[in-house]
Design a protein around this ligand. Structure first.
Ligand SMILES: [Ca+2]
Length: 249
C-alpha cells in the first residue's frame, strides 16, 4: 500500500494534493453535524430550533479540555435563541443553557480588543486561549431584539460556572425608537473592559442619545446626551459603581 502510494506520488503530482486534502475531512467527520446538534437541542429545549437559520461553533468554554458547543437560531428579525451544549462521556451533547437571545452572529471573544492573535512577533504575550477575566472565561453574545418601531442591540457578557451560564453584564449597543406621533430617537452605546486589576476588572459603558428627523433619519439640531456608567467586578458579575449594593449580597 505504502509503495503503491509512493509510486503514485512520484508519477502523478496531483495525487499528493488529493491525499492531503482528504486528511482534514476524515478528522472533521468526527465532529458533530448540524443535524445532530439540532436534534440534541430539540430533545431538551424550551424553545426548539424550527428553521434552518441555525449556526454553531465548537469552542472550549470551561476548564475541561473537551469542546462545548454554542449555537444560535434566528427565528425572525427580532426573535431568536442561543444555546450551550456540553459533551457527555459518550461524546454526544446535552443542552445546558438556553437564552432568548437573537444573535446576529457568534463572535464570542469580540469584547477583548487587546487580544493579539496573529502577530506573535509584535506581542510576545500573544495567547491562543481567550484571556481570563477575574479567572473566568468570559464571552460576549449580542442580542438583537425589538418590536413595532423599536430595534435594539444589546451586548451580554457571560461565562460557564459548574455547567451553568452566568450573566456577568448586559448593556445597550444601539437602540432606535420610533414614537407614535412622529418622533425618532437613536441611542448608540459602547463598552470597554479594563483589566489592569485582574481580580477586580472595570467595565466602562457609554451611551449617546440623539433625536432624528423621522422622515429622513438625519440628526436634528440639539446637543446629543451622553451618559457614562462604570462597573466593577464583584462576586462574579459586573456591579454598577456608585450604586449601593443591597445588604446581604
Ligand atoms: Ca470544555
Amino acid at each position: 500500500m505504502r509503495n503503491s502510494r509512493l509510486l503514485l506520488t512520484l508519477t502523478v503530482g496531483l495525487a499528493v494534493s488529493s491525499l492531503v486534502l482528504t486528511a482534514p475531512s476524515s478528522l472533521a467527520s468526527r465532529e458533530p453535524t448540524k443535524t445532530q446538534i439540532m436534534d440534541w437541542i430539540n430533545k431538551q429545549a424550551k424553545d426548539p430550533v424550527v428553521s434552518d437559520n441555525f449556526d454553531f461553533q465548537l469552542v472550549n468554554l470551561d476548564d475541561d479540555p473537551e469542546p462545548e458547543i454554542v449555537a444560535k437560531h434566528n427565528g425572525s428579525v427580532h426573535i431568536g435563541n442561543f444555546y450551550v451544549l456540553d459533551q457527555k462521556p459518550d461524546r454526544t451533547y446535552a443542552l445546558i443553557a438556553e437564552e432568548e437571545w437573537n444573535p446576529p452572529r457568534l463572535q464570542l471573544d469580540h469584547w477583548d480588543y487587546t487580544r493579539e492573535v496573529n502577530y506573535s512577533e509584535i506581542d510576545k504575550n500573544t495567547e491562543v486561549e481567550p484571556r481570563l477575566l477575574a479567572e473566568k472565561r468570559v464571552f460576549e453574545t449580542v442580542q438583537h431584539t425589538g418590536g413595532s418601531g423599536i430595534s435594539v442591540y444589546e451586548a451580554n457578557l457571560w461565562y460557564l460556572d459548574k455547567g451553568r451560564l452566568v450573566k456577568a453584564w448586559e448593556g445597550l449597543l444601539q437602540e432606535t425608537v420610533s414614537v407614535p406621533g412622529g418622533q425618532l430617537f437613536r441611542t448608540v452605546g459602547s463598552y470597554q473592559v479594563v483589566h489592569d486589576d485582574e481580580a477586580k476588572p472595570l467595565l466602562y459603558h457609554w451611551q449617546t442619545k440623539q433625536e432624528l428627523n423621522p422622515d429622513t433619519g438625519e440628526l436634528l439640531p440639539g446637543k446629543p446626551e451622553t451618559a457614562l456608567q462604570m462597573y466593577r467586578w464583584e462576586n462574579g458579575v459586573f456591579v454598577p459603581m456608585n450604586v449601593e449594593k443591597p445588604s446581604g449580597q
